[in-house]
Design a binder for this molecule. Structure first.
Ligand SMILES: Nc1ncnc2c1ncn2[C@@H]1O[C@H](COP(=O)(O)OP(=O)(O)OP(=O)(O)O)[C@@H](O)[C@H]1O
Ligand code: NI
Length: 266
């Protein structure tokens, strides 16, 4: 696949919810106001922002899994064409791969090895699933277990294994690494890098900016459902003087390892 080709373009995304309370009184909330992000083939775009800034909603809008009471505006273009609700259903789990934030996305009643096999070509599903378990430090016998029998860290690895498929063009990873020990963390980040190097566009939603910077190309900063800035990863360095927006600098300088740097307005 040609690199630098735009795979995903989200323009002026707007998401609101109608909430009913006290019987019939309706209230609208509008957590995503004007959010834009583009990702090219071969690129990892980290998406960062405080809790509640709209990162997961962005992911869910692209995948077509927003709750029913959500209203969505703006444009989502995938490979040059509007990503309609039908196309979302058609493509997710195939060309568009999702690593969800919550392990609740796993089926509680299905053995985890079976869940990793979903979407794999039948003939090689067994072999591939075992390879993926090995790659992410899961034991072969763990495959026979149900989600409730695995630890949080193990479930994250299972989720990651479910995302590795051939012919992926877009990967959306929503906070894929919390509670993961350092070795598995780097295996997962390397896997995201491999997806990108093989030509996919990768969206890495995370709170862990420092780990993300080891693999990502660009960073989009969100605040209150709006894009604050998109910048090259290398601008997250020193005291953040190359970042355009005050808020991005504040996020960067709030990290414990940066707290001693002298922050001056530039
Ligand atoms: N179904 C819903 N109805 C109403 N508001 C919602 C709904 N889902 C999410 N929100 C609101 O939208 C905002 C953004 O939520 P979102 O889950 O995208 O945040 P996030 O950036 O992923 O946060 P975190 O880092 O904690 O995962 C939040 O204020 C949340 O309360
Ligand atoms: Ni989230």
């Amino acid at each position: 696949m040609k690199k630098d080709k735009q795979i995903l373009s989200v323009k002026n995304l707007n998401i609101s919810f109608t909430q009913y309370y006290k019987g019939l009184r309706a209230k609208r909330v509008n957590p995503i106001k004007s959010l834009s992000v583009t990702i090219n083939a071969g690129e990892i775009m980290a998406v960062i922002g405080a809790s509640g800034s709209g990162k997961s909603l962005l992911a869910h809008a692209i995948l077509g899994i927003l709750p029913n009471n959500a209203t969505c505006g703006g444009d989502i273009i995938y490979c040059g064409e509007p990503l309609t609700e039908e196309r979302k259903i058609q493509l997710r789990g195939k060309e568009i791969s999702f690593i969800p934030q919550s392990v609740n996305y796993l089926d509680p009643l299905m053995r985890v090895s079976e869940q990793v096999k979903i979407g794999l070509p039948k003939k090689e599903a067994d072999k591939k699933q075992k390879e993926l378990f090995l790659r992410y430090g899961l034991k072969e016998k763990d495959g026979a277990l149900y989600p409730f029998q695995l630890s949080g860290g193990m479930l994250r690895r299972v989720l990651f294994a479910t995302s590795v498929r051939d012919n992926i063009k877009l990967v959306i990873a929503d906070e894929p690494t919390p509670g993961i020990h350092p070795e598995a963390l780097s295996a997962m980040l390397n896997q995201l890098r491999t997806f990108a190097d093989d030509g996919a566009a990768v969206m890495l939603i995370t709170h862990d900016i420092v780990s993300a910077l080891t693999v990502c190309d660009r960073v989009t900063v969100l605040k209150d459902g709006q894009t604050i800035e998109t910048t090259m990863a290398e601008n997250f360095s020193l005291d953040g003087r190359n970042l355009k927006h005050e808020y991005s600098r504040a996020l960067w300088n709030a990290l414990p390892q940066n707290s001693f740097s002298i922050y001056k307005e530039v």
